[in-house]
Design a protein around this ligand. Structure first.
Ligand SMILES: [Zn+2]
Length: 346
């Protein structure tokens, strides 16, 4: 019997595995799986990971469509389909992770505890063997919003890779144990395709996948590939802060102050994922508890919430004009992960 952390590899799977649709495909896999597609050049590999969060299907959906075309990419493409069991838990594509599980995309560093940790270690071991040219980890944002790439280091190769998917890149100082933090000798990025419900999100994943599968030299710049309308300018934002609830605080998404929660955030906060949030924009209410209900520590652990937010008569406003992204109205995600990321707009 296979051990639970042993990840099966399906090479050039046919219809019996791919099924009619992505859900049938997941049912046929049944567990975390690698899908290997042999390339014209079998000496090189590129890696795509996706569905590490069960409620973020854009990467899976675009990959499944691509796999059905019986593709022959320029190099081997090795795809890791992550939280298959979580995605299949009813209602389908509704759970980031199951209640008894760790967040899969926080498990890519020691200690490799629990099933997700052991699977992550197995994935890392394969990546070290593969020595891929790139690692692209495809996600959806929790709320609606534009697509962007997250990377842990800026650099020409990382930027060129990011541009294959979208126009924005965020360089983060945080180390949370995610796939993109792995150092296996190639650029690694997270692609946030926008919300799972956003119609453009699957297209972001498909466009990037097409580039990864067809471009012989991935890092050649200005290769005239206007076929996919690739942007020639990438907006890069550095060192965002994560605005979090402090452990004892509770949150509600209501326009007016909630009597049941310490923090109320406007239910239209997701609109702020686009453009600049002006310092006069009312983000919500913290009441008598004030800003100590919220925290925004930088990567060095210093509290920076006052750099981002101010309180005026119990209401929360930006302390300066902000670029907000990954704002969610899912109270569970806000409480267990963060309310939003932000950087000063100038
Ligand atoms: Zn995710």
């Amino acid at each position: 019997m296979r051990s639970e952390q042993e990840i099966p590899i399906f090479t050039n799977p046919g219809k019996e595995i791919l099924g009619q649709d992505a859900i049938q495909f997941l049912r046929n896999l049944g567990r975390t799986s690698w899908i290997d597609i042999k390339g014209v050049d079998e000496s090189r590999s590129r890696v795509i990971t996706t569905l590490l969060h069960g409620n973020e299907p854009s990467g899976l959906l675009s990959l499944h469509r691509w796999l059905l075309t019986n593709p022959r990419p320029v190099t081997n493409i090795c795809v890791l389909i992550g939280a298959v069991d979580t995605a299949l838990e009813l209602p389908i594509f509704a759970h980031r992770m199951l209640p008894h599980q760790r967040d899969f995309n926080r498990c890519f560093r020691a200690p490799f505890d629990g099933l997700q940790g052991r699977l992550a270690r197995s994935i890392i071991e394969r990546l070290e063997l593969l020595q891929p040219e790139c690692i692209c980890d495809i996600h959806n944002t929790s709320g609606t919003g534009p697509s962007f790439v997250i990377a842990t280091a800026d650099g020409t190769q990382t930027r060129v890779l990011a541009e294959k998917f979208c126009r924005r890149m965020i360089v983060t100082d945080f180390r949370l144990g995610s796939v993109m933090e792995l150092k296996v000798g190639c650029p690694a990025i997270t692609i946030e395709c926008g919300g799972a419900q956003d119609s453009e999100a699957d297209e972001v994943a498909s466009q990037g996948l097409e580039c990864i599968a067809t471009e012989d030299d991935l890092f050649m710049q200005g290769n005239g590939s206007d076929m996919y309308d690739l942007p020639d300018e990438l907006e890069v934002l550095f060192s965002p802060l994560r605005v979090e609830l402090v452990p004892v605080a509770t949150i509600a998404y209501e326009e007016e102050p909630s009597e049941l929660a310490d923090v109320s955030i406007t239910p239209t906060i997701e609109h702020q994922n686009y453009g600049v949030t002006h310092q006069d924009y009312r983000l919500g209410w913290v009441g008598a508890g004030g800003l100590p209900s919220l925290s925004a520590r930088d990567a060095a652990g210093q509290e920076q919430v006052h750099t981002l937010l101010r309180e005026d008569n119990g209401w929360i406003y930006p302390a300066q004009n902000l670029r907000i992204f990954m704002a969610t109205t899912n109270a569970t995600i806000a409480a267990t992960d963060c309310l939003f990321y932000a950087v000063p707009a100038n």
